[in-house]
Write a protein that binds this ligand. Sequence first.
Ligand code: NAI
Ligand code: MG
Length: 357
Amino acid sequence: MHKSIVLLPGDGIGPAVTEAAASVLQQVAANFSHTFTFHTRAIGGAAIDAAGEPLPAETLQACEEADAILLGAVGGPKWEQHPPHLRPEKGLLQLRKGIGLFANLRPVKTFPSLLDSSPLKPEIVAGSDLLIVRELTGGLYFGLPSERRDNGQTVVDTLHYERSEIERIVEIGFQSAMLRNKRLASVDKANVLESSKVWREVVDEKSKDYPEVTVEHMLVDSTAMKLITNPTYFDVIVTENLFGDILSDEASVLTGSLGLLPSASLRKDELGLYEPVHGSAPDIAGKDIANPLGAILSAAMLLRYSFGLEKEADSVEAAVDAILTKGYGTADMQAAPAFTVGTEKMTSLVLEQLQTA
Ligand code: NAI
Ligand code: MG
């Protein structure tokens, strides 16, 4: 298989973790006889410095033409005083909007060797392995009107969804469940919200196309409780924008290691944007201590969701698993690992594991 990947290193630790993930993709290409070509483009603060804007037209075009996009992170103190249109994060927002990414996927998996890093009791988090599929471009965050009236005595935000927007995200929820354990929790607030009632209708309609998937409707408040009392209950959660924003941040603390978490943002075709959940971590940039595993696991998601390369994705995840099980870790992990290593060493351990597996 021949594929073209755009790399967007961005700022802070972004370049280091992106380079680590790209080297893992190269190793996978060698192992499975694929050809991946990489094109590096500027985004965020780096693009502001080089081209005067956070998302140069040339970067957007390269992303449109690519088969997949791998991003590090954007932002940092250097650009914090800039006006809104010259802020690094604007580049990422423009990119997501520009290529129409409407689905955000955030897996959360606890690794047996890292159970002590979790703020929850080990016996509660052990074995958690869930995926949150969040609608990204509709709902309360984008509905109009959104305004103050009567000098702020009245305020309005609007929760707006087109049925077609609900259908396409629910479809991604079912497809994701088919790639995993075929259990889908559809999360809403259908006892109160009209949009949630339509959401339920759409889920029930779509479930006829996926008879193998077990569907459960859950209310968002009880889901929030269940995520911390019984996280192993879940396989795939699909939900709208606001609920997904909150639940995915809640779920992200289960593992206790921000540096380990990957994400994907998808649209209807294969093109997707893959990035670690963490930011640019300017406090540790250039020190060779950033955890590259969030970016490396994002590369595994890229293989799975954009290229359909399930075996290849599994091989990367298994390599990461093996290295963590051997007791290696990075300085950011809450519970000190047996062997603390830096970015380059961690990356070469994963590469060696991939070579010998
Ligand atoms: P952050 O995620 O960059 O850092 C939070 C803390 O976690 C810091 O102490 C950092 O050193 C540590 N950390 C993060 N990733 C790590 C890794 N891979 N290995 C080891 N330690 C890691 O969040 P923060 O500090 O709130 O934001 C810093 C900058 O990143 C800001 O400019 C923010 O706007 C930007 N940001 C960008 C995102 C993106 O590009 N998608 C997402 C979140 C924040
Ligand atoms: Mg959030």
